[in-house]
Design a binder for this molecule. Structure first.
Ligand code: F6P
Length: 360
């Protein structure tokens, strides 16, 4: 193995820089291999200045830094790229250009660090003959085949810290505090943070909720003197028979943006329970900041393992965590179906056992 490339795609997640650093150090130190960085996801492969040699100097001091030194883009799908042709905006498939550029660069492997969207693109490029190796990233933890993606632990800690902070002010003012959390169609962040942060109600996309059940729980607490409650709501949660709430519609290029269910739930609680209610949307704070030690450790292991996988010819495969071990699986398996909270699993059973209302 002489030359490899690395890119980060989709929404950022804390730990991306730790992956890049581990990949560069392992490639240089163990394989004496040159590493090239691609700027802004797949977009960089279409630009003259989009590829550069990654040196030890580039990765010095980046381990605790959030974001990605390579930049990223969550609309950079080469199979559906928005371009202006003859003054008109149109969507074109430039995947052949991307595949040709990768061939021309003469890389033995391209390490792609991404979530479901980016890895799906990678798998399609692999089937076009590109030497792709995947690394699973996302704060949502919604990728199959790996127990956990890096970035999730940091988001979880940020969300739990927010719940702790909301607790003190909720209690002081006898209020209901609603916290809307990210996660798209998976409720892992809300469920895990809700349990860790002592929420009274947790609403996740996997369990359509009843407004009445939520209010019953809040009123039951008030009935025994707890005149405050904490509600953790996944952005993708929705009422029984009702739709998810979006802040922006999707199209061929952009996925629809979830957001707003917290306000809907807060309004209902204020009106029906008659309690003063405030809503906080934690938003991109969950994606920013320094990665936790766990995420640095996991991301470093993933980065080093991706280089070993590339050296062993594991193209079209992705590194993954199974038990305590780093293994590798086909990228196709990871993106075959999205991972969701197991309704019979111990996370949900734990929440129910603790008396937390899940809205059903
Ligand atoms: O997939 C990660 C994620 O943060 C989701 O939890 C969230 O729905 C989405 O990305 C937000 O995307 P954007 O950064 O485009 O607003």
């Amino acid at each position: 193995m002489k030359r490899i490339g690395i890119l980060t795609g989709g929404g950022d997640a804390p730990g991306l820089n730790a992956v890049i650093r581990a990949a560069v150090k392992t490639a240089h130190g163990v394989y004496d291999c040159t590493v090239f960085g691609v700027r802004d996801g797949f977009d960089g492969l279409l630009e003259d200045e989009g590829v550069f040699e990654l040196t030890t100097e580039h990765v010095r001091g980046i381990l605790p830094r959030g974001g990605t030194i390579l930049g990223t883009a969550n609309r950079g799908n080469p199979f559906a790229r928005k371009t202006v042709v003859a003054g008109e905006e149109t969507v074109v498939d430039v995947s052949d250009l991307v595949a040709a550029r990768i061939r021309e660069l003469g890389w033995d492997a391209l390490i792609v660090v991404g979530g479901d969207g980016t890895l799906r693109i990678s798998d399609e490029l692999y089937h076009k003959g590109c030497p792709v190796v995947g690394v699973p990233k996302t704060i949502d933890n919604d990728l199959h085949g790996t127990e956990v993606t890096f970035g999730f632990d940091t988001a979880l800690n940020t969300a739990t810290d927010a719940l702790d902070r909301l607790h003190t002010t909720a209690e002081a003012h006898h209020r209901v505090m609603v916290l809307e959390l990210m996660g798209r169609d998976s409720g892992f962040i809300a469920l895990h943070a809700g349990v860790a942060g002592g929420a009274d109600v947790i609403l996740i996309p996997e369990i359509p909720f009843s407004f009445d059940k939520v209010c019953e729980k809040i009123q039951e607490r008030a009935g025994y003197g707890r005149h405050f409650s904490i509600v953790a709501v996944s952005e993708g949660a929705h009422p029984i028979g009702g739709d998810q709430v979006f802040s922006r519609a999707g199209d061929e290029v952009f996925v629809a943006r979830l957001g707003g269910i917290g306000q809907v739930v807060g309004k209902f609680i204020a009106q029906v329970c008659g309690m003063e209610t405030r809503v906080t949307v934690l938003g991109h704070l969950q994606r920013g900041g320094t990665p936790t030690a766990f995420d640095r450790w996991l991301a470093s292991r993933y980065g080093a393992a991706a280089v070993r996988l590339a050296a062993n010819g594991g193209l079209g495969r992705m590194v993954a965590l199974r038990g305590a071990e780093i293994v590798d699986i086909p990228i196709a398996e990871a993106v075959s179906s999205p991972k969701r909270v197991d309704l019979e699993g111990d996370g949900v059973l734990t929440a129910r056992g603790l008396g937390i209302c899940l809205g059903d």
